[in-house]
Design a protein around this ligand. Sequence first.
Ligand SMILES: [Fe+2]
Ligand SMILES: [Fe+2]
Length: 319
Amino acid sequence: MEDRSGSLVFESTTTTRFTWDYEAKADKLRALYEKGKAAQWNALTDIDWSAELRYGAPLPETAASAAQLRSPDCPVPPELWNDYRWEYHCWMTSQFLHGEQGALLATSRLVQIVPNIDDKLYAASQVADEARHVEAFSMYLQRLGRSYPINPALRSLLFQVVADNRWDIVYLGMQVIVEGLALAVFRFGQASAFDPVIQQITELVARDEARHVAFGVLALQGSYDELTSAERAERTDFLKEASLLMSRRFQLEEIWERMDLDVAAGIRYARSDPTMVDFRRALFAKIVSIIQKLGLLTPDVRTHLEELSLLRPSAGVRR
Ligand SMILES: [Fe+2]
Ligand SMILES: [Fe+2]
């Protein structure tokens, strides 16, 4: 529920674990922790905020953008195409910001709920990274002069992740799905092509996110080898739900609404436009390879990803 200030509030119980075993046991994770400590940056001083930006200014045409506009199902009339691209940029960076806050909260809970000291220390260092990411994206959106509220599908996933006391589900939801997706978007440079400021932010954030995804993979390695079938089903059900929510996130409903375009036609277009389908498949490629390595790309999960058009035709081997 929302409180008077508009903050979203929900009650949850947190399992807090102390450990008295302070010995470093996970060498690779400790090495990642050292790397993270050495790679700290400052959102205020390490980004050159001086470049001019005018919302709505003509954007340079790209091959992908031209192909999208030519699509017969495109609900955006040519005279609004430049506006649409700005809205998309604003929507995308707004979702980055909300996702970063989710990462901040989820990872701060991880510090409490994970059982061993190596994970606690790394998670704590990630909390500091996420604070910086929230700071950088919120400064960027202030510069843009507008923003979007959190996408409902992203909110639903963040709620589930932040409220869960099973540490592996937090890792799966946050470090693998949400951060894996964010890392892929940053690497694609979709958000960064025309503005040096967002380019710099996403480059710096992507470096951190690559460590965070690696943290999730290291933490989860081997933890699914001896699951009962009921426990495995809980994890694969979660992955199916999370993938569904993340594919819904890219229907761009809020943009169609804000631009006063036909929402149903917009959703249809976002779901079926070949450029967007390829984009989502490319975004999911890393996630698919991680869940396969973890032994969670069951036939059931695979079929679900295929139905959502999130799997590249050649991706993954049937288990
Ligand atoms: Fe982040
Ligand atoms: Fe992160």
